[in-house]
Design a protein around this ligand. Structure first.
Ligand code: SF4
Length: 523
């Protein structure tokens, strides 16, 4: 338990671990005595050679099995380490340092970080630990004392929408149906072989197999219901509640979903156990199961249903749209199947209300939510998108004064050619020539540095090649640009980009420089 039960717990979320590392470094430098931990996936931290190469979904199951049997030496190394180093949480370690420690001391960084997290005052996590319901549930955070900080919050809207959306192709659903059938057969076979370890809650093998067959029937009916939808070539878009009306047709409701989810779990246990045994005897590797994807998608869909009695009657999923689905759209489109030779439907459930994820945090009664970023302005529309009342807002004026900015569109070049780089016109000599001539004119009047961005590397290359070609006996566009600015072109190899930027700066700062122009791709 945390030593000071009344103090807030800070959960610091950012998009990537490299961003978290920077903040952790600053915390380390600040010299505060706080317990901290950083969380990440098994894929980034597992040190067991037999597990770390497995697909993530399978690795989780195999790892849990090994921990249960106390058969992973890295797992066994954690408790003795924590006994020997009770103040381990006071050292601020980023992900890389944690993995290095695990390698040196033969202990599992994944398990260690979770142990340290139970006692941490500051927890560093990637966004998805706060915005994905399943990941959030895995955190042992006293939410009512939690101060959540979202760094680089301009990424938050898209991260929330992505985390709350799914695409379910027919092929995935079909493969999951097959996997359930295989699991049902294996459940019986394993019992005949006297292993019976697939039994859950003391169910007989026949009962387990029947449960899996029942789940297979529901999934097959869902597959058929989607296939029978009338889908035009352009796709079909429906309100979010349509998904639950479709589910209700196959008796898949918020009430039946937990039973189906449990059957999926059982099937995955059976399949994983069978694959790991087959792997041991034949050297083959277990694969990732489509059932995971289907389970995740359905689980995500039902996460959007309000609890019974709140915002809609979940007992009748075909009823009016529950409020939580208002920000969602169902889209079904056909995609040509290579294996089947005809188009198959993909069912998508897309979230257009990124605020849903943050509302879930609000419902946990968290103490504070802080969103920080250098590029959130204007705050009004951002707050409206997220649907949360931000009582305190701090918005600094931009470092660039309006008098320093001019924004304009230049529709035509010096000889009147349209500066339109659409597919139809971008290869025309008139367009390229006038674009080059416009750059020459800007290079003439713009002081110091100039950045010229293209929509793609292909466009950049073709323009530069055309400008470098000399007209018979005359000066090329490239030479004319170079008369006013030293030109630098972004290299295609990303590893050389830093060198190109350094080159640009050096040419700008060179004594007697007329300036430099960098031609690059806009990303
Ligand atoms: S306990 Fe750690 S090292 Fe062992 S399998 Fe699980 S994640 Fe990997």
């Amino acid at each position: 338990a945390r030593a000071q039960a009344s103090l807030p717990v800070v959960v610091y979320a950012s998009r990537t671990h490299s961003q978290l590392s920077q903040v952790q470094r600053e915390l380390g430098r600040a010299g505060f005595k706080v317990r901290s931990a950083v969380l990440s996936s098994r894929a980034q931290t597992c040190l067991n050679p037999a597990v770390k190469t497995l697909p993530q979904s399978t690795a989780g199951r195999v790892c849990r099995g090994l921990m249960q049997k106390r058969a992973c030496r890295h797992y066994l190394g954690v408790d003795p380490y924590l006994k020997a180093e009770p103040e381990a949480g006071l050292a601020v370690r980023d992900l890389e340092e944690l993995v290095r420690l695990g390698t040196q001391r033969t202990l599992c960084p994944f398990v260690l970080s979770r142990q340290l997290a139970t006692d941490a005052d500051v927890l560093f996590v990637p966004y998805n630990y706060l915005i994905e319901p399943a990941k959030r549930r895995s955190l042992s955070v006293p939410w009512e004392r939690a101060v959540l900080v979202f760094d680089e919050a301009h990424n938050l809207e898209s991260a929330c929408s992505d985390a709350a959306s799914f695409d379910l192709p027919a092929a995935t659903l079909g493969a999951a149906v097959e996997e359930l059938g295989t699991a049902a057969e294996l459940a019986l076979l394993r019992d005949e072989g006297g292993q019976g370890s697939q039994k859950k809650e003391d169910k007989s093998a026949a009962e387990t197999s029947a449960e899996l067959r029942q789940a297979q029937i529901i999934l097959r009916k869902l597959e058929q219901a989607i296939a029978e939808l009338d889908v035009p070539k352009t796709g079909r878009t429906e309100p979010g509640a349509f998904l639950f009306q479709l589910f209700a047709k196959v008796r898949l409701t918020p009430e039946t979903w937990p039973l189906l989810a449990s059957a999926f779990e059982t099937a995955l246990d059976v399949l994983t156990q069978n694959a790991s045994e087959a792997g041991r005897s034949s050297g083959s590797r277990s694969s990732s199961y489509r059932l995971h994807a289907v389970s995740d998608a359905l689980s995500l869909a039902f996460e959007t249903c309000p609890p019974p009695g709140e915002g809609g009657d979940s007992r009748d999923s075909s009823a009016a749209s529950p409020s939580a689905h208002l920000g969602y759209r169902v889209h079904v489109h056909l995609e040509q199947s290579r294996s089947q030779g005809f188009p198959l439907p993909t069912l998508s459930f897309w979230c257009f209300a990124p605020g849903q994820a943050l509302k879930a945090l609000q419902q946990l009664s968290v103490r504070s939510v802080l969103l920080t970023s250098g590029t959130l302005s204007p705050l009004g529309s951002f707050a409206a998108e997220l649907g949360l009342p931000f009582r305190h807002r701090l918005e600094n004026p931009h470092v660039i004064d309006p008098s320093q900015v001019w924004v304009g569109v230049v529709p035509r070049g010096p000889t009147g050619a349209a500066l339109n780089s659409s597919f139809l016109t971008r290869d025309s000599p008139e367009y390229r020539r006038d674009l080059g001539a416009a750059v020459v004119n800007f290079a003439r009047i713009v002081p110091d540095g100039m950045l010229v961005f293209f929509a793609s590397y292909g466009l950049l290359t073709s323009a530069v090649e055309a400008w470098q070609a000399s007209p018979a006996g005359g000066e090329s566009v490239w030479d004319r640009i170079a008369r006013h600015k030293s030109p630098i072109v972004e290299p295609r190899d990303a590893a050389l980009f830093g060198q190109a930027v350094a080159d640009f700066k050096a040419k700008l700062d060179a004594p007697g420089s007329k300036g430099a122009v960098l031609f690059a791709v806009c990303r």
